[in-house]
Write a protein that binds this ligand. Structure first.
Ligand SMILES: Cc1cn([C@H]2C[C@H](O)[C@@H](COP(=O)(O)OP(=O)(O)O[C@H]3O[C@H](C)C(=O)[C@H](O)[C@H]3O)O2)c(=O)[nH]c1=O
Length: 190
């Protein structure tokens, strides 16, 4: 397994070792001891899976009181995956990381607590699978507009297919700081 840094400390790209043979391929998608040794110490409690068609954008979502660190990957297809640092007080507050995740590149992205997360589907369909370090709490969910000009995410040029709620989230600058997670120093789970 390889761990790659990104422009935001604590957001890591993980490249699990893939074993290919005449049947196809195998890789370990999670291994607590090996990931801990690599600095990813979150204890995940919920796995999610979604399938989305070309052009879908899901996000930017976060939970406030029950923040979720995530280990995300694409099992089929390809997405442009984005993590935005929304931790009040963070030196990289408002900055974002975008990474292509695909079945082909086999990459995972580790996103610590305190980030807004979203992705855009660049293939005909994408099956997106991820681990969360806290349970889904709909009443605790917040969101930021995917096209927030103050963040300036460079999404790939695709039609944007969004849920009703994802179309009306506020921009980061319009959210009360008390409604955003707080920065508690680097190493938030990574
Ligand atoms: C997230 C979630 C959703 N649901 C139910 C609630 C809705 O009836 C349905 C679809 O939910 P939603 O439209 O919020 O799904 P996404 O837009 O894929 O949300 C996710 O999108 C971005 C990319 C994320 O990182 C979050 O994990 C999550 O917010 O699944 C559940 O039952 N459990 C869950 O954990």
């Amino acid at each position: 397994m390889k761990i790659l840094s990104t422009s935001i400390e604590d957001v890591k790209i993980v490249e699990p070792k893939r074993f290919g043979d005449q049947r196809g391929y195998f890789f370990e998608s999670w291994h607590r001891a090996k990931y801990k040794e690599a600095g990813i110490t979150s204890s995940f409690v919920q796995d999610n899976c979604s399938m989305s068609r070309y052009g879908t954008i899901r996000g930017l979502h976060f939970q406030l009181v029950h923040p979720q660190a995530k280990l995300v990957q694409v099992l089929k297809g390809s997405v442009y995956d984005v993590a935005v640092d929304i931790r009040v007080g963070s030196p990289t507050f408002g900055q974002w990381v975008g990474v292509e995740l695909s079945e082909e590149n086999g990459r995972q992205l580790y996103i610590p607590e305190g980030f807004a997360h979203g992705f855009c589907v660049a293939s005909e369909e994408a099956v997106f699978s991820y681990k969360c370090s806290d349970y889904y709490m709909p009443e605790d969910e917040g969101g930021i507009l995917w096209s927030d000009p103050g963040i300036g995410i460079e999404w790939p040029n695709v039609e944007s297919v969004l849920s009703d709620k994802d179309q009306v989230y506020p921009c980061l600058a319009d959210i009360e700081p008390s409604r955003l997670p707080k920065y508690s120093g680097s190493g938030g789970g990574a």
